[in-house]
Design a protein around this ligand. Structure first.
Ligand code: AMP
Ligand code: ZN
Length: 114
């Protein structure tokens, strides 16, 4: 999609620190990490948020979660644990309107999320 930051990252028009890529997903390091490990997992098909889930196939949706777990393995936090976060819409403070999952770990995270 035109003028979408994450679509430009997938296309290689904006640099990113890639962790993993497959047919349906792309994973890279967050530019402003909120935890020692902070990765982003995005669907290669643009949808603005989970609210548009109908526009993705079941395979694409499932791939996002599998890639989150894959990224955790690649970054060595499977045993220690991690949090997967998806911000959807204004009240959740979503800032980039291309659906993405945050994968965070590498230390004990704060208890509260809100
Ligand atoms: P959200 O607030 O859930 O929409 O998360 C957007 C995330 O994208 C934030 O954690 C940002 O730090 C991250 N971000 C923004 N621009 C970039 C970029 N160019 N490369 C990597 N991460 C980015
Ligand atoms: Zn996009």
């Amino acid at each position: 999609m035109q003028d979408c930051l994450f679509c430009k990252i997938i296309a290689g028009e904006i640099p990113s620190k890639k962790i993993y890529e497959d047919e349906y997903t792309y994973a890279f390091h967050d530019i402003s990490p909120q935890a020692p490990v902070h990765a982003l997992v995005i669907s290669k098909t643009h949808i603005s948020s989970v609210a548009q889930h109908q526009e993705l196939s079941d395979a694409e949706l499932a791939a996002c979660l599998r890639t989150c777990a894959k990224v955790a393995e690649l970054l060595g936090i499977t045993q220690s644990g991690y949090r997967i976060v998806n911000n959807c819409g204004e009240d959740a403070r979503q800032t980039v309107h291309h659906m993405h999952y945050h994968v965070m770990g590498g230390a004990q995270l704060i208890e509260r999320m809100a």
